[in-house]
Write a protein that binds this ligand. Structure first.
Ligand code: ATP
Ligand code: MG
Length: 387
């Protein structure tokens, strides 16, 4: 008998031609995430088995596994050779704690086994009742579900506690984008949600030092480190927006300041994408949240880029975004009260329904190319590592 971790993946996504690719990627991601631990990872039809790990590190390993996209569940299981006698012996050893009710659920991937799932469930239920006369079967609301899986590798796995994992698709399976990462609540959540769909990313942050503080930048680096727990290592491009903002402040209509800022952010983002082979821009915008996030505002910012702009929290309420932020551990950092470059020189009445024409007219007063060139020349790249 061995103690192992049984990993379940979202099978739906793993059908067809991509299956092998996805599986390879998922296994690589697991190996990378757990690179500081010793273990073995084996694939058996429908499951991954992680074994030969240090039992003292089990909790840490399980927690890390729960943060890997593409997996839907993990359980600590006992593994042994499939024979009826072994299954009977092992199921008798289960510790029910204070629970009084149970049911047995069998999955028989190994169709050569002499009993079918239902027969085996009934039989094993009887074995447990004989060993623990005080226990009762409850098929609808059992306190403990004893999962018994007979896999095609001729091994059986028994576990009672399946923990949920991050779900989604293996990181990297959807390509690579660029996250516009501010210090707020929304953009780290946006990055997390796209990573959950398999999109890896690099990130860009715009700061307006000395109008924004060093702490404001450090806060963004901290957020980047926090999402790296799910999104793996990535590059954070830190761009100075100071000159750009000063020029906008000086030359553009006050109500168009944010619109123009966002159009320049998008242009810089697109350049970074081109230089780094990234195929989409990700933002934390949510429809109608503020003046710059109306349909018309998004039309005007989109007008300067050709790449797709992914806005995964577009349809989320603030409450919903906050609950994801709390789940992934970025919320407490996001609410630290440091200013963002978008809040420096904030106009009193930003335009709610901007037009491309007026944005372009405002931009004529700026040397957009020169401003972008200078900002691009001074980018600081911070390597965010997922330890
Ligand atoms: P967040 O909570 O993500 O800061 P927000 O509700 O404050 O969003 P805005 O300030 O309008 O909204 O920003 C909208 C989006 O633009 C952000 O989610 C982010 O993707 C991007 N963004 C804003 N400020 C910056 C910045 N300083 N650097 C990089 N991206 C930014
Ligand atoms: Mg913000």
């Amino acid at each position: 008998m061995n103690k192992v971790l049984l990993l379940k993946f979202g099978e739906l996504f793993l059908k067809g031609k991509n299956r092998r690719e996805f599986m390879k990627l998922l296994m690589n991601n697991i190996r990378k995430k757990l690179s500081s631990y010793q273990f073995k990872l084996v694939e058996t039809q429908g499951r991954l088995i992680l074994c030969d790990y240090n039992l003292d590190q089990e909790d840490e390993i399980v927690e890390k596994i729960q943060h890997i996209f593409g997996l839907i569940g993990v359980a600590v299981a006992v593994e042994f050779d499939t024979t009826l006698e072994n299954i009977e012996d092992e199921i008798k050893k289960v510790d029910f704690g204070s629970a009084k009710t149970f049911k047995v659920e069998v999955k028989r991937a190994d169709k050569t086994f002499e009993m079918n799932s239902m027969q085996l469930e009934k039989h094993l239920g009887g074995v447990v009742l004989d060993a623990y006369p005080e226990m009762k079967v409850d098929l609808y609301h059992p306190e403990v579900v004893l999962n018994v899986e007979l896999r095609v590798n001729q091994k059986t796995y028994i576990y009672s506690n399946l923990l949920s994992c991050a779900g989604g698709l293996p990181l990297g399976s959807a390509g690579k984008g660029l996250l516009l990462l501010s210090g707020g609540i929304d953009s780290p959540v946006a990055g997390y949600l796209m990573a959950k769909r398999g999109l890896k990313f690099e990130a860009v942050h715009f700061h307006s030092y000395p109008y924004t503080s060093v702490q404001a930048k450090e806060k963004v680096v901290e957020l980047a480190n926090q999402i790296a727990e799910y999104c793996d290592d990535f590059k954070l491009h830190v761009v100075s927006f100071t000159e750009i903002q000063e020029q906008i402040h000086k030359h553009c209509d006050e109500e168009y300041m944010i619109t123009i800022m966002r159009r320049i952010m998008m242009r810089i983002a697109q350049r970074l994408c081109k230089e780094n082979g990234l195929g989409a821009i990700i933002t934390g915008e949510s429809l109608g949240q503020v003046a710059s996030q109306t349909m018309q505002s998004m039309t005007v910012t989109n007008d300067v880029v050709k790449l797709p702009v992914f806005r995964p929290v577009l349809a989320y309420d603030k409450e919903e975004i906050m609950s994801v932020a709390k789940k992934i551990g970025t919320y407490e950092t996001s609410i630290l009260p440091y200013e963002d470059c978008c809040t420096v020189f904030l106009p009193k009445n930003p335009v709610i329904k901007p037009t491309v024409k007026r944005a372009e007219y405002n931009e004529q007063a700026l040397d957009i190319e020169g401003l972008i060139e200078r900002a691009m020349a001074e980018i600081e790249v911070i390597e965010i590592k997922n330890f």
